[in-house]
Design a protein. Sequence first.
Length: 220
Amino acid sequence: MPDLLIYEDIGEDFFGDGVSAKNIKSQLDGMTGDLTVRINSYGGDVFEGHAIYNLIRHYEGGTKTVVIDGLAASAASVIAMAGDEIVMPINAMMMIHDPWTISIGSADDFRKEADVLDQIKGTIVDVYASKTDMAKDEIAELMAVETWLNVDEAEGMGFAVRDESRKVVLNKVTARQWINHLPEIEQPPEPRRPLRRIMPPARGIWRFWRKPSRSDDLGN
C-alpha cells in the first residue's frame, strides 16, 4: 500500500518549500492500489488545499485511508476529508477555522475582500459537511471560534475515527508472551525505557489564507 506524505505547509513558499497540488498529482500518477495519506501539517493556502483534496478524492487506484499522524490544521484538515476513512491516533489533533488573508487597498477593496472570504468559507463548510453530516451552520460556528479537536471530539463530530489497531495488537502480543512464559517468570519483566525524541520547533504559524490577487496591489 503506497504512502502519500503531507508533512509540510500547504502551498509552496518563496524558497520552494511546502506541498503543492502539482507535486501531489505527479506522485498519484505513479501509484496503484490502496492509498494511505499521512498528514502532519499546520495548513496553508486554501486553493492549493482544495486542489489536493480533489486530487486525492478522485484517486481511483483503491481505497483511500487518511492517517493524521500529528496535526491536521486549517487547509490540511480539508485535505483529510478526501479519505474514505480518516484515522486519528489518541495523541493527534485537528483544527478548523475561518479563512483569512492579507490585503492592501481602499475601504471598498476591504469590503470586497470580506465578501470573497465569506464565499471561500462556504466552500470549506461544504467539504466538512459532506464528510460529517453536521449541519452547515454548526460547522460555521466551530470555524468562527477556531476549534481544536482531539480524537474523542473529532470522532464524536464525524471528522475521524479512533486508531485502535496499534493498541489492540500490542495488548495481544504482550498477553500471549506473558501466558506462554508464566511458569518461568517470578516477577513481571522490567519495562523497556522508551526512546526519547526531541521535537523541532514549528517553522510556521497556523493559517488558512488566500493569496492576494492583482487587484489588491496599490494603485489598482
